[in-house]
Design a protein around this ligand. Sequence first.
Ligand SMILES: [Zn+2]
Ligand SMILES: [Zn+2]
Length: 360
Amino acid sequence: MSNMKAMVLHKPAPVESLPLKLEDVPCPEPKPSEVLIRVSACGVCHTDLHIVEGEVRPRSLPLIPGHQVVGVIESVGTGKASEEARIGDYSGGIPKTLKRTDGENPHPGMRVGMPWLYKACGECSYCKSGLENLCDDPRFTGLDVNGGYAEYIVAPADFVVPIPDIFSDEEAAPLLCAGIIGYRSLRVSGLLPGERIGLFGFGASAHLALQVARYWGCEVYVFTRSREHQDLARSLGAAWAGTADDVPPRPLDRAITFAPAGGLIPRALKNLRKGGTLAINAIHMDGLPEMPYDLLYWERSIKSVANSTREDAFNFMEVAAAIPIRVKTEAFPLEKANEALLQLKERKIQGSAVLFIPSR
Ligand SMILES: [Zn+2]
Ligand SMILES: [Zn+2]
């Protein structure tokens, strides 16, 4: 096949030095049980920033980042699976508890999303117990394999996510990581209907998690330095918004930290009731500060959130469509990926940054 345009990372570096280069690279070809997706939008995630700047290391370089990929299936891989392709072959389909929302298998013309979990082995004890997010041999989109900062991507057919019709491509993109991982964070925090939850940091993931928590009848407290983010939180239904140094009017049942700053952990814990849970939504963190044991005593717990399962993805998409969730986006053309990441780094994005890729 022909070439495609992509934003390629050759060497991680501070994003101010514009490490992603617009290049013409060979278009990937789908192997058996893979699909070729023509990308129309790709969300920009904080993890992309960590990868581009070298805090999260890819398996190999050069690499095309991007793991919130929306597009249309162009073709399905054909031919006989090679011996190599069959080894650990995609866990034998969607877990039994799941169904595709439209009852369809991936086929040409179908609009789909490709999230962070590119593939899990299907064989390890975690995969077999429904925890494929903890798989011993996973592949992640835009980290272990090329991602969606490009005109095309190939993906395992079993791991693509159907996109509800009510969302545009641009709206759907941030749902695929920010949304899904925010949803998993709510689950990991043990949040129950009607409880009070605190969200620390208010970027792409938190602004979506807030709406799910509201949908479950929960009271949401948002802690962020940015006045604009506090206003956005209140407009989306937050009961209270302030900074991480402010004390909310009532203690929290659950809390989630979204910013990769260890300093938030003690500040979140001090607002948590006895027996409450703090979920940490971060793939990378700048170290945990020493803190008094009193903050953790009374059976408070801290859990990290790692990746997500297909079940999270499918369930979240259903909830997002039922709400229906409002997605605030700022769009950038593909070749402005460095600029989008820089604005994310400087906390200038309201909601989610999304790259758009016009079809040729
Ligand atoms: Zn596994
Ligand atoms: Zn992400």
